[in-house]
Design a protein around this ligand. Structure first.
Ligand SMILES: Nc1ncnc2c1ncn2[C@@H]1O[C@H](COP(=O)(O)OP(=O)(O)OP(=O)(O)O)[C@@H](O)[C@H]1O
Ligand SMILES: [Mg+2]
Length: 380
C-alpha cells in the first residue's frame, strides 16, 4: 500500500519507462483503479480524426463505451477532472441517458494532457455512489498529466523504433544491393571485357608468326572490330556507374532523353514541365534528381497501370521542387504496404541532401511523389 498520494505518484512515474502506448495505458489504469478502489475503467486516445480509440479497458473484457459524437466532443473539451459521485444526476442532461445506460453509481473522467492539450481521457467507474476525498480531483489531474507524458514518450519512442527498423532494413538492403552490383560489374568485366581482351591478345600473338600480308590484314580487321566492341562494353559499364549523359548533356536534357525512351517503351503520356535552365545544382543534386526521376518512372511503368504522368520541376525560394503524379491504381498507404528499396533509397538520398520527401497516394486515385531540395539562391 502507498503511504501517501505522493508515494503513489512517484510509483506511477517510475512505471512510464520502456513501455509502448498500450502498455503504459494498461499499467496506469490497473494501478489507478486499485488505488481508488474503482471497479471499471478505460483509457481512450483521440486519433488524428478526433475519434476515440480504446488503449486499455479494465476489466479487459468490459465492453467499450460507444460514444456519440457530441459526447466525444464534450470529452475533447475537458480541461479539468470531472467527478460524478452519485451517478448521472449531476451530468449535463444531454449525456444523462448515454451515461446512465452504463449503469454506474459514480464516475470520474480524467483528461490526459500533453502540453496542456488533451490527447485522450481516462474513465473510472464505481458500481455504487462514491464519496471522493478532498483533492482527489487534483490527484487525478496530475495522474492524467503523467499518463499524457508517458503516452507521448511511448509514441515518440515507438516512432524512433520504427525509424530505426527502417534504417536497419535499408542498410541491409543497400549492402546487399552493393554486393550484387559489385558481383555484376566483376562478372561483366571478367566475362566480357576480360575474355575479349584475352582473345585479342592470343590472336595478336598468332599474327606475330604470320607471313602472309593479306591474312594479317584480315586478322587485324577482325581484331579492330573486337577491340571496338570491348570499348563499347567498358563504356556501358562505366555509364551504369555514373550516367555520363549527366556530365555531357546536363540534367534536363538527360531526363528528357530518358523520358523519350520511356514513352517509346510504355504506352503512357508523359508531360515534363521545367524551367528553361537549372544552374544552381551541385553534381550530387543532379545525380539525385536524375536517379529519383528514373525510380519514379520505373515504378510507374512497373506498378501504376497509369496512362499519364505529369512531372513538374520548379524553383521556389531557396528550394527546388519536383512533383511527379500518375493517374494509376495508387498505393494503399494504410494497408500492409511497405516501402521497397526504391522508395526507401529515394527517401534516404533526399534526406542526405537535407531535402524533403512526400508520397501521396490513394487507391484508385494515382500516386504523387513530391520532393524538395535546398538550392543556392542565384546571386544578385
Ligand atoms: N506509381 C506507383 N503506382 C502504384 N504503386 C506504386 C507506385 N510506386 C510504388 N508503388 C508501390 O509501392 C511499392 C514500393 O515501391 P518501391 O519503389 O519502394 O519498391 P519496388 O518498386 O517494389 O522495388 P524496387 O526496390 O526495385 O524499387 C511497390 O512495390 C508498389 O506496390
Ligand atoms: Mg521501385
Amino acid at each position: 500500500m502507498f503511504v501517501s498520494k505522493l508515494d503513489f505518484l512517484r510509483y506511477l512515474t517510475n512505471r512510464i519507462a520502456g513501455k509502448d502506448e498500450v502498455g503504459v495505458s494498461t499499467d496506469f489504469l490497473r494501478e489507478v483503479i486499485t488505488f481508488f478502489a474503482a471497479e471499471e475503467g478505460a483509457v481512450y486516445l483521440f486519433d488524428s480524426n478526433d475519434q476515440l480509440l480504446p488503449m486499455a479497458l479494465y476489466p479487459e473484457n468490459m465492453r467499450g463505451m460507444r460514444l456519440s459524437e457530441d459526447f466525444s466532443a464534450y470529452l475533447a473539451s475537458l480541461k479539468q477532472v470531472a467527478l460524478f459521485p452519485d451517478g448521472v444526476s449531476h451530468i449535463d442532461r444531454k449525456w444523462q441517458r448515454e451515461v446512465s445506460e452504463l449503469g454506474f453509481g459514480a464516475i470520474a473522467l480524467v483528461p490526459l494532457l500533453k502540453q496542456k492539450q488533451i490527447i485522450g481521457f481516462m474513465s473510472l467507474a464505481w458500481k455504487e455512489p462514491h464519496s471522493f476525498k478532498a483533492n482527489d480531483d487534483n490527484l487525478l489531474y496530475t495522474i492524467g498529466n503523467l499518463l499524457g507524458i508517458g503516452l507521448f514518450n511511448a509514441h515518440l519512442i515507438g516512432g524512433l523504433q520504427v525509424r530505426e527498423d527502417e534504417l536497419q532494413a535499408m542498410c541491409r538492403a543497400l549492402m546487399k544491393a552493393k554486393e550484387e552490383e559489385a558481383k555484376r560489374i566483376s562478372r561483366e568485366l571478367h566475362d566480357e571485357v576480360g575474355q575479349d581482351l584475352t582473345t585479342i591478345i592470343l590472336r595478336l600473338k598468332m599474327i606475330l608468326g604470320q607471313k602472309d600480308v593479306e591474312d594479317i590484314h584480315d586478322d587485324v580487321k577482325d581484331l579492330l572490330f573486337m577491340a571496338r566492341e570491348t570499348l563499347t562494353d567498358v563504356q556501358r559499364i562505366a555509364m551504369n556507374l555514373r550516367p555520363s549523359a549527366l556530365d555531357n548533356l546536363g540534367l534536363l536534357a538527360s531526363v528528357n532523353w530518358q523520358l523519350e525512351q520511356f514513352r517509346a517503351d510504355n504506352n503512357i503520356e508523359v508531360i515534363f514541365r521545367h524551367p528553361h535552365k537549372l544552374d544552381d545544382l551541385t553534381e550530387e543534386q543532379e545525380l539525385l534528381l536524375y536517379r529519383v526521376l528514373l525510380e519514379i518512372m520505373t515504378n510507374v511503368s512497373r506498378h501504376a497501370q497509369a496512362t499519364k504522368v505529369v512531372i513538374d520541376l520548379w524553383p521556389e525560394g531557396d528550394q527546388l521542387i519536383l512533383r511527379a503524379g500518375d493517374n494509376g491504381i495508387g498505393i494503399d498507404l494504410a494497408g500492409s504496404h511497405t516501402m521497397g528499396l526504391g522508395l526507401m533509397g529515394m527517401k534516404e538520398r533526399i534526406k542526405e541532401q537535407n531535402g524533403a520527401f512526400r508520397l501521396n497516394s490513394e487507391v484508385g486515385k494515382g500516386t504523387t511523389v513530391m520532393i524538395s531540395i535546398p538550392i543556392k539562391k542565384p546571386e544578385g
